[in-house]
Design a protein around this ligand. Sequence first.
Ligand code: FAD
Length: 548
Amino acid sequence: MRIQVQQVNVPLKYNDNIILQQTARKLGCAPNLLSHLKLIRRSLDARPRNPEPVYALTVEADLALKSLPKTIPPGIISPVEPLPATPIPSRDSTYPQGNAPSPAPRPIVVGAGPAGLLAAHQLALAGANPLLIERGEEAAARAPKVAGFWNSGILDPESNVLFGEGGAGLFSDGKLTARSKERGRVRMFMELLHACGADDTVLIDAEPHVGSDILLQIVPRLREQIIAAGGEVRFNARLDSLVIEAGQLRAVVVNGQEIACQQCVLAVGHSARDVYAMLAAQGVALQPKPFAVGVRLEIPQTAIDRAQYGRFAGNPLLGAASFRLTRREEDGIRACYSFCMCPGGKVISCASEPGFLTTNGMSYSKRALTHGNAAFLVPVSPTDYPEQAIPALAGMEFQRQLERDAFAAAGIAYHVPAIRLVDFLARKVQASLPDGRSCPNSVPVEFRDLLPEFITRTLEKTLPAMLKELNGVKLEEALLYAPETRSSSPLWIARNSEGESINTRGLFPVGEGAGYAGGIVSSALDGMRAAERLLGGGARPLAKLTET
Ligand SMILES: Cc1cc2nc3c(=O)[nH]c(=O)nc-3n(C[C@H](O)[C@H](O)[C@H](O)COP(=O)(O)OP(=O)(O)OC[C@H]3O[C@@H](n4cnc5c(N)ncnc54)[C@H](O)[C@@H]3O)c2cc1C
């Protein structure tokens, strides 16, 4: 009988024999009754109250018994997870070479971020010969451009930290947090990343992480897979507008050229503000959506490790520690929560429009830089900002205003406004910022000149209290950068339960830009589901997910 066993604890340095012995111990059976062990998942447990840090494993095995022994404690056996619906070609397998073109106009996927790449991949695998268009450059050309932006402040509005192959996820922390209950689809995505070069740990870690350096290798291989399966990928190809007749999509206009199309997966991300404006002008249904705005806070990684690992801090097998902090709304102060934590990473300056600036965080695969950072966000709702002629665009205009102000306040092109936390609390600005900070292109600015009062008031009250939860972290060590405006979309491109725009047949808005996902995995899954819908498959209802 095949069984899945939970909570098999092993030391950080383990091997197959240790897994076998510990699984047998957990089941209270002899090791020789177990065979074909497979490690399914592992999560680190390095709480200082444990005698030693361990990995808690989920292991699948064949048990040579007709019924389960009575010695098994309750809750440690679970059903064997089903295999993904569509097998992903492994690293070593030969890929199918080009499918015969289908007679109808092929589906078009707009945007080569996680949502668009996965939609195109699924469509290509199914023989639908999709055309994937991306306004930015391919990853290899994009990387030096982004480096140039950080070094010299020269922005290419079409190919930058947010636009180009890999989307907003390319220069990211590359954490692959998956809150989705659709384990099969998550597994498929991880297997695809693995097939494209991600480390084995993406298949088993509870909170997998790849890092920007590895994403730069994975994403072009994913594109090669799409092409090998019959898809076409065009870079420097920007969607300008749609041709809609009687509520049905007829064509897309790309770099001024009309391309006939009856089905379009719109995966443009939430930085494509020109696309939002175009959709509004063309009457595609949009709805305002709550989002969040705040700052990015960084502290020395050693302090985070000490707080989280206690006496185990410094063990090289543990890796850089992360945290997740939340504070509920109280006494007129809004809620605040940490988001998109990047252990051993750096704070970066981001822009996709000239004269606008926002912050974010990224890391490399080793997460070995000296600081960890996370966004600290305060919820924003449509009542917080001025109305606009098109209500759905008002949130975006609010974000833009903050980004415009930040650009102007920094005074040097695309430098990031920053302030020590203690100075922010004391309402003073020093002439300099700490040496060794992760974002050297930052300048001291008073955040009360940048952010709305309801946000600074909330941060003032909540940040010191939240940091107290990280035992031993000193407020003096914390540095803030702002504004963090693009944690999620400010609107929904309204879609029905089939994933199609509610008033434009053939238009399938997906991913973070459509407002239905937040993070690499949920965006990728949303793209996969849309492809399945287009192909007439029975994907489960499209849910709203966020996960970084
Ligand atoms: C710095 C940073 C770090 C992050 N770190 C993480 C992380 O560690 N983990 C995580 O889960 N999430 C992270 N995120 C969020 C994550 O990157 C996004 O949730 C995800 O990329 C959204 O995927 P998407 O495909 O919906 O959109 P995007 O990734 O934004 O991709 C949209 C694509 O569409 C293209 N496009 C836009 N307009 C057009 C047009 N008119 N024509 C053609 N193409 C167009 C864009 O160029 C872009 O490539 C991070 C984001 C940033 C910016």
